[in-house]
Design a protein around this ligand. Structure first.
Ligand SMILES: [Zn+2]
Length: 183
């Protein structure tokens, strides 16, 4: 699509500007040990970009995003793999901590819409029963539930602090609703 290409050309121009700065040299020496040792799980919604909402700088955090910011098997695999690399390859390094951030007005809430969910299950071949629980209707409740999933995972050791938050898209405020950050 020509419109899309034009937009992407603009982004590639921004990339050339980025490449001319030293920003790319500020990343962590070990990629799975980000500068602020944060592992952020959140929604793909463009209003919820942690670089802006949390003021992340380049290399500060691992950011793992999906619809709703849910702790799915794929996310558990990602976190588990980072944990494994950390344990095996950098045992002396400070541990990362995990923040689950769900948000108000989340599009994942539409998984609760029967018509939309049913049609999507038909089109995708995915199990409709597995889609319904992905809906974020009450972000405080789902963030707390996903923190519990991480706490119960055998892939993640007790050294890893895990906490859950709600981002309010109307106020811009992130509030803690579950768990405790380290320190
Ligand atoms: Zn969302």
């Amino acid at each position: 699509m020509i419109v899309g290409m034009t937009q992407l050309e603009d982004l590639l121009d921004r990339n050339r500007s980025f490449a001319m700065t030293n920003a790319k040299d500020d990343g962590p020496a070990i990629p799975f040990i980000p500068n602020m040792q944060a592992y952020i799980i959140t929604c793909i919604d463009p209003r919820v970009d942690p670089a802006h909402v949390l003021g992340l700088n380049f290399g500060d955090a691992i950011v793992d995003r999906n619809v709703g910011g849910r702790v799915t098997p794929a996310v558990l695999l990602n976190v588990g793999w980072v944990h494994h690399l950390h344990t095996e390859l950098a045992p002396a390094a400070d541990w990362f901590e995990i923040a689950v951030i769900h948000h108000t007005d989340c599009g994942s809430g539409l998984f609760a819409n029967e018509d939309l969910r049913h049609a999507f299950a038909d089109a995708s071949g995915l199990d409709e029963a597995a889609l319904a629980p992905l809906a974020v209707i009450d972000p405080a409740e789902t963030a707390a539930a996903d923190v519990r999933l991480l706490e119960e995972s055998t892939l993640i050791g007790s050294q890893v602090a895990i906490s859950g938050y709600v981002y309010d898209v109307a106020t811009g405020i992130v509030s803690r609703v579950a768990g405790n950050p380290s320190g």
